[in-house]
Design a protein around this ligand. Structure first.
Ligand SMILES: NC(=O)c1ccc[n+]([C@@H]2O[C@H](COP(=O)([O-])OP(=O)(O)OC[C@H]3O[C@@H](n4cnc5c(N)ncnc54)[C@H](O)[C@@H]3O)[C@@H](O)[C@H]2O)c1
Length: 317
């Protein structure tokens, strides 16, 4: 089998990361890139010795084997429709969209070809270890947090562009919460109604939510974008006689008097999420941990929390 020809739609931060990882795979050829900013597409194409295409339609005519959709939340929808209509495998970055309707519509179009969502935390060795430790022990309490700065992309502070911090950023934490503690049935959230500085900013700069898990656990999610640094992003999980704190960088375990730490390796997870997708595209592997339908369940949860914060009403997921 020859090299798999992969196209990239969107040429920003995360596309640059995927391009770097994919170009390190001997069985992948970066076949081209497109972006609504032609200069961004040209820059990324030049970096990797590939072609820049004028638009997604032109890229999709380039005899591709798979496509990465690395666009901001508000731009999802038409991109995936075009890729899925062409019958091509689709890797899509989180969040699936700024809203729920777009993601539900795309999910209904998924049919056969492999899909994957960029929830690379599922490939962290620390997360696998946390799953093993929790096996057979009912989770009682789950405290999630994403406490950070405003990311340096213009669209982020606008609710209609990003979906807000819970949807855009805390999606990783919510996906991990579902993976380690199970499904959430009901949420209740509040936002502070005070946006961070910036033209047109209208997202809450802090949010607090309570979550009811179907397995009986209760939990919280906190987000803040009022800091000048990434302070903390991860989960604390409590089961009988066991306390875990897990994020991209570390797992901390306390069992009775014994406490130990395991370092995380986010770069390995970022490579693994791409490797698993390419293996599936080539029919050589079956380790996509978050296909579109699974990503949709996380997105439904994030959107329910965002809706509850916006309306002041508790929300079923
Ligand atoms: N999984 C992760 O760890 C991770 C890390 C970073 C970003 N992300 C996600 O990736 C997405 C993009 O983030 P980013 O930091 O790369 O943003 P970015 O703004 O740096 O890049 C997005 C690019 O998409 C282009 N674009 C917009 N609409 C388009 C369209 N319709 N067709 C083609 N190109 C279009 C923009 O011009 C821009 O160049 C976000 O949803 C973000 O949450 C995920």
């Amino acid at each position: 089998m020859g090299r798999s020809r992969v196209g990239l739609i969107g040429a920003g931060n995360v596309a640059q990361r995927h391009a770097r990882v994919l170009s390190g795979f001997p069985d992948v050829e970066l076949a081209g890139v497109t972006d609504v900013l032609p200069e961004a597409a040209a820059r990324l194409a030049d970096t990797h010795g590939t072609r820049a295409f004028a638009d997604a339609d032109a890229l999709l005519r380039a005899d591709l084997d798979a496509v990465y959709a690395c666009v901001p939340p508000f731009a999802h929808g038409p991109v995936e429709e075009a890729v899925l209509s062409a019958g091509l495998p689709l890797f899509v970055e989180k969040p699936l969209a700024a809203d729920l309707e777009t993601a539900e519509k795309i999910a209904a179009m998924v049919d056969g070809a492999p899909t994957a969502v960029g929830h690379h935390w599922r490939y962290l060795a620390v997360v696998e270890r946390a799953r093993e430790l929790l096996d057979g022990r009912p989770v009682r309490l789950v405290n999630g947090a994403w406490l950070d700065k405003v990311p340096p992309v213009a669209w982020w502070s606008r609710r209609d562009r990003s979906g807000g911090p819970v949807v855009e950023q805390a999606a990783h934490v919510l996906d991990l919460a579902r993976h380690l503690a199970g499904e959430v049935s009901r949420v209740c959230a509040v936002g502070n109604g005070l946006p961070p500085p910036g033209d047109g900013a209208d997202v809450d700069s802090v949010t607090a939510a309570t979550l009811h898990y179907t397995g009986g656990a209760v939990g919280t999610l906190s987000t803040a974008c009022v800091l000048g640094w990434k302070h903390r992003a991860g989960l604390e999980i409590y089961a009988d006689g066991l306390a875990l704190a897990v994020g991209e960088d570390e797992l901390v375990v306390r069992e009775g008097e014994r406490e130990y730490r395991m370092p995380g390796d986010p770069e390995a997870a970022r490579v693994a999420v791409d490797r698993a997708f390419i293996d599936a595209v080539r029919g050589e592997g079956d380790d996509i941990r978050v296909p579109y339908a699974e990503g949709l369940r996380t997105h439904r949860l994030a959107c329910a929390i965002a809706q509850s914060a916006a309306t002041g009403e508790a929300c079923d997921v």
